[in-house]
Unconditional design. Structure first.
Length: 107
């Protein structure tokens, strides 16, 4: 994967995770305008990630690992959550799956 591909994946993941966090904040008291801003962010993620001209299954298969990593890191550092070892283990399984999708040859 190129540097630009990584930037697109990370940007899309930040939009998706950030959009969900903004929707969450809106639903927990900040109101409808905040929820709508989160919805715009969530929609923007789809535009950003689909700028890559990959097969859809490979694109989202690999993107899921980036999204999962950003989600766990967001929970840890933005929401100050304690991440259990089982979550880190699960994340490593997801990343291994993405590597198989990215680098595996057709059978």
């Amino acid at each position: 994967m190129t540097f630009i591909t990584w930037l697109i994946f990370i940007g899309a993941a930040l939009l998706e995770v950030g959009g969900d966090a903004v929707v969450r904040k809106g639903l927990r008291g900040s109101g409808l305008p905040i929820v709508l801003a989160g919805c715009v962010m969530l929609g923007s993620y789809g535009v950003v990630v689909n700028t890559l001209k990959w097969d859809f299954s490979k694109l989202l298969g690999v993107y899921v690992a980036v999204f999962a990593a950003v989600s766990v890191l967001f929970g840890r550092f933005v929401f100050d959550e304690v991440i259990p070892r089982a979550t880190w283990l699960g994340l490593s399984v997801i990343i291994c799956g993405a590597m198989i999708i990215q680098f595996g040859k057709g059978v």
